[in-house]
Design a protein around this ligand. Structure first.
Ligand SMILES: [Zn+2]
Length: 245
């Protein structure tokens, strides 16, 4: 379970986090649902998330991360950008864009907000990902990408960590994805991070479940996750979009 897997040649969907556990908390249910549909899904952590107060060895955190990925049924790649010193830079954008050019995802999920009173890496990761999605498609710049072929990513969605200060409800271009079948997998994946969420932080699980329940209820689901589309979401099948058939 804890062994890193070998990602396939191509990943349909890649979620990007600053640290191992960001993607699980923000969109773990969505990733588990998609993986269960047979879609190839990957998580890229820009850093290994260490050091943190509760973890004695970065290897433990990486092992937790791979166990969490296995729980969700997704592949995982941990890049070696520096935790706590993560900055949106040319080099960071190139490092992530190279992964996009290698794995050629159709859809990228990413952070998109500041997390005041918590790690500023999240906001930097958001900007790095936006930059890398753009860099992935740029021609006549092959020398920066080890001559990897350009790749156009069709869609980008933002996920949400729901820190206390950012609850703002579901608004324009946001939608709720039904994660009811995967709520337990999501929580189990977060529980894999024993170093980050010891018993004293048990409230995190209650909070994650409660938020998923409240968000899901706004769309008539038992549990849901909010996703924000970078572009307006169109429909060419209104009855299906509105779940009327
Ligand atoms: Zn984080």
């Amino acid at each position: 379970m804890n062994k890193p897997d070998t990602p396939p040649k191509q990943l349909d969907i890649i979620a990007v986090g600053a640290h191992p556990d960001d993607c699980e908390i923000g969109c773990g249910g969505t990733l588990a649902v998609l993986a269960a549909q047979g879609i190839s899904v990957g998580i890229i952590d820009l850093t290994d998330g260490e050091p943190t107060p509760g973890c004695d060895d970065p290897k433990i955190r990486v092992a937790e991360a791979h166990a969490a990925a296995a729980t969700l049924g997704v592949h995982r790649i941990v890049l070696d950008l520096p935790n706590r010193r993560l900055f949106d830079s040319f080099e960071a954008r190139i490092a992530l864009a190279k992964q996009f050019r290698i794995f050629r995802p159709k859809l990228v999920l990413s952070l998109n907000h500041k997390t005041p009173m918590a790690s500023p890496d999240h906001w930097q990761a958001s900007q790095i990902t936006d930059g890398a999605v753009f860099y992935s498609r740029l021609s006549k710049w092959d020398q920066y990408f080890d001559d990897l072929p350009v790749h156009v990513i069709s869609r980008q969605l933002y996920y949400h960590l729901f820190f206390e200060d950012e609850w703002s409800g579901v608004g324009a271009k946001q939608f709720v994805h039904d994660i009811t079948p995967a709520i337990e997998s999501k929580l189990e994946a977060i529980r894999c991070y024993a170093t980050q969420f010891p018993p004293a932080k048990d409230y995190v699980y209650h909070r994650v479940r409660s938020i998923a329940g409240a968000v899901g209820a706004t769309a008539g689901f038992e549990y849901g996750e909010v996703l924000t589309s970078v572009r307006a979401i169109g429909s060419n099948d209104l009855m299906t979009t509105l779940q009327l058939n």
